[in-house]
Design a protein around this ligand. Structure first.
Ligand code: SAM
Length: 287
């Protein structure tokens, strides 16, 4: 059979792409080759194509819809709850609202399994405890967080201005000998951020609860600033510019067009879709 070989961190994105484009061969198990995954496909597409045998899925493991997995909670697009048969899924929820408000949270409808919105999500060797209804968390940003962590150099002072439960901060702090200062305005995100610092045994993340505009006044300048608030990060750009060391860099996530930034980014990367016609972009800015 035909298979598409991708690096593991590209797995979730690839699965969704293949499903959406009807290229995924249904009823077969995805092959796990350590650092790589091989997806069964029905026709050749771009990327590394291999000829390989795939195991058939058992009847109870079949689920052909789109879903996100946060820890052991499956978030499905329609109301099909058959995914609950999978060993790693304990609860099934469906999105009820869009991501809303300052805290960037959303409501979910409970569909099946355990009625519990708190879970522990594993990503790149880190564990994040979180409540899907109380805080923002998007597993589709895993590759992006890894990309940023790879750019960080030892000795840097890093500011995570919109840290949430800490997935950028903790990964960076684990991988590098750096100081990460992490701010969030949502008390629940702050609670889980502190928990996750403990769970992941990182000593170099410093959490703060409050509005980043107030908190940064008490902090000295940074080599790298992460601004992961795509809807309105531009409102905070001046705060970040005032806190960047000479030669430092800002990673600004935004859904707005590049021309509104008024500074020439050193690099621009499309990160994920925001709505059918809008994307979240990352602008790397060296002030
Ligand atoms: C899109 S989420 C990103 C969370 C995290 N970076 C992640 O990848 O999961 C944005 C976060 O910014 C926080 N936030 C919004 N306005 C803020 C402000 N003025 N100061 C600090 N945090 C803020 C929200 O509570 C939310 O947790």
């Amino acid at each position: 059979m035909l298979g598409l070989k991708v690096r593991k961190e590209e797995g979730e994105k690839t699965r969704k792409f293949l499903l959406e484009n009807e290229v995924l061969a249904k009823g077969y198990k995805i092959k796990n080759l350590g650092e790589y995954l091989v997806f069964p496909i029905v026709k050749k597409i771009g990327g590394e194509i291999v000829e390989i045998e795939f195991e058939r899925l058992k009847e109870k493991e079949k689920f052909e819809g789109t879903f996100d997995l946060i820890g052991d909670i499956a978030i499905v697009e329609d109301s099909d709850t058959s995914i609950l048969r999978r060993k790693n899924v304990k609860s099934v929820y469906k999105k009820e609202t869009k991501v809303e408000g300052i805290y960037r949270t959303r409501k979910y409808v409970y569909l099946a399994g355990e009625k519990n919105t708190e879970t522990i999500h594993k990503e790149y060797g880190c564990r994040y405890m979180l409540d899907i209804e109380k805080v923002y968390f998007n597993p589709r940003l895993a590759t992006e967080r890894h990309r940023i962590a790879e750019k960080v150099n030892n000795g840097e002072r890093v500011l995570d201005m919109f840290a949430g439960v800490g997935p950028f901060s903790i990964l960076i702090a684990k991988k590098r000998d750096v100081e990460v200062h992490s701010i969030d305005i949502n008390p629940d995100a702050f609670y889980y951020l502190k928990k996750n610092i403990e769970i992941n045994k990182v000593k170099n993340v410093f959490p703060y609860l409050g509005d980043c505009r107030d908190i940064v006044k008490k902090l000295s300048d940074f080599d790298r600033i992460i601004m992961n608030l795509p809807k309105n990060s531009l409102e905070f750009l001046d705060t970040a510019l005032n806190k960047t060391k000479k030669g430092g860099i800002i990673h600004l996530y935004s859904i707005r067009p590049e021309k509104e930034i008024k500074l020439t980014p050193e690099y621009t990367q499309q990160v994920k879709s925001y709505s059918p016609r809008t994307f979240v972009w990352r602008y790397d800015i060296r002030p």
